[in-house]
Design a protein around this ligand. Sequence first.
Ligand code: ATP
Ligand code: MN
Length: 462
Amino acid sequence: MKRTKISDIFDPALIGSRVCVKGWVRTRRGNKYVQFVALNDGSTIKNIQIVFDMNDISDETLKPVTTGASICVEGILVESMGKGQSVEIQAKELTVYGTADPDTYPLQKKGHTLEFLREKAHLRPRTNTFGAVLRVRSALAFAIHKFFQERGFYYLNTPLITASDCEGAGAMFQVTTLPLNNLPKNEDGSVDYSKDFFGKPTALTVSGQLEGELGATALGAIYTFGPTFRAENSNTPRHLSEFWMIEPEMAFYDINDNMELAEDFVKYCIGYALENCADDIAFLAEHFDPQLTERLRSVIDCDFVRLTYTEGVEILKASGHKFEFPVDWGTDLQSEHERYLVEEHFKRPVILTDYPKDIKAFYMKQNDDGRTVRAMDVLFPKIGEIIGGSEREENYDKLLARIEELNIPMKDMWWYLDTRRFGTVPHSGFGLGFERLVLFVTGMTNIRDVIPFPRTPNNAEF
Ligand code: ATP
Ligand code: MN
């Protein structure tokens, strides 16, 4: 008969009818008269309880029904007498699809640490925790598309393989088909990239922004949502080597429009998750982070603080707080500084603007003071920087001067400069690290636990 997903089985209208469910056994317990199986099929954090009357079924038939086994059950949905569930299924027919030997199934026991589960990343989606995280992640991805599509933004796919490290955002992963043990060489001993697949050195993208600007200055407003790669050896709980980034880019937006959009955007996503993932968020709150729901609500309800970098640095210096890294005007803020401003000083998210130009990318719009640029970073509790963005320098001469000042190879940049040569307009954009948003919404503390298959230095097993 037709299968009902467990997410749909708690419908009172189904009580009394025969249903069919399929899923993986979470637990089995009971006695010689009756056995209870908690079944989960991934559609919800909730398990459905299956009741086997041992008068109807032999021990032998039920033997393969152990934690991790996959089964199909047909039976009658009834109101449950027991505590913890509203309905249960009185089993009439059982099919075992696949067994999971209790002696070797890695998730046989409950209560594994997140560290242990990282070693079992191929199976951890079957746990309650990762089921919840992955469902929230999926809902957030949908919310992101919904937010932009409803506002007339076009989804633009920017290339993953690029020929320029224009962003300077981080070390890149080289892409090559040259034989590494027998590289073609030029006369001066350097590698002859004309023999490489693309006829020049290429790498995986660190950001889709520069191509995004090409889209924005044609379609008006675009967003990207795709994988991004950074070969930094930073082993932190907030960095991945492969992560997903959302990069909206808008013509005719100044930095204030940009800040407004960023604030609306993250609030929308968080609100969407609260509304559509209530069970999963409640589970994560209960098991990992009692303040989670309250923190998510408070971010939606407050106005983000808007502050210049210079003011932020003054607050940090006057705080008397002892930081691991000293802070002074001109230094890049560490996450401890960002979190101090957000968690201790203002107790709400902060948008920090007008950073020193020397610690920001070449394309940011230069302020008249000659020292700062119109950057904006959105700083969040528990996370630090969740969004980095700016108004872009639309003036051809100023942009070119900055490119030359920083010795960025011009031959890589001609196509980007064309946006300023032909019909240039004021425009802005930002990048949201998807996993940092998922971290915030799920209350998890390590970024490796909010992406199905994390890529970090020395880790690409699964
Ligand atoms: P950070 O200072 O935290 O390393 P960044 O300034 O290098 O970040 P940007 O280049 O501004 O980051 O990228 C935009 C956004 O992408 C960041 O605000 C962050 O949310 C996210 N992000 C950047 N690097 C990573 C990474 N290695 N792993 C996961 N997310 C990242
Ligand atoms: Mn940044």
